[in-house]
Write a protein that binds this ligand. Structure first.
Ligand SMILES: [Zn+2]
Length: 136
């Protein structure tokens, strides 16, 4: 009786292990941990574009425009920072320190409108055009 119970337990454990096994494999997650941040980032970019659009239409004073823009850019920097922390460093994982290449354009500066930012951005917060990649 005791042996049968132990066997049953063993089978149950084995079944449990094999049943759970495949779930432990690294699967592509349906939603990345940064998805909500990317969404927020996209919304901030959208906000920056809208802001610039309204400013160009004369709906905003220069002061309002600058203040709102700085607020959005600060928020963007915070979101980018969080994404950075959640994203595994792929460029540094290779063991190669990121060397500064003189030929590369400054990823912090927009080549279209020359606006500079405290950190590399995918899209210019000023004109919304794609920025040069920090690392490829
Ligand atoms: Zn720009």
């Amino acid at each position: 009786m005791l042996l049968a119970g132990a066997l049953l337990l063993l089978i149950a454990v084995l079944y449990f292990v094999f049943w759970l096994g495949p779930k432990d494999l690294p699967e592509p997650e349906p939603e990345s941990p940064t998805a909500h941040l990317e969404e927020r980032k996209a919304r901030i970019y959208e906000g920056l574009r809208d802001l610039q659009f309204e400013f160009r239409l004369g709906k905003l004073s220069d002061e309002d425009y600058q203040r709102t823009k700085l607020g959005l850019q600060a928020e963007l920097a915070g979101v980018m920072d969080q994404i950075d922390k959640l994203t595994p460093k792929q460029t540094q994982a290779k063991g190669e320190p990121a060397k500064p290449e003189p030929a590369k354009p400054d990823p912090n500066q927009c080549p279209h409108c020359n606006a500079t930012f405290p950190q590399p951005l995918k899209f210019c917060g000023e004109c919304g055009k794609p920025m040069p990649e920090a690392a490829s």
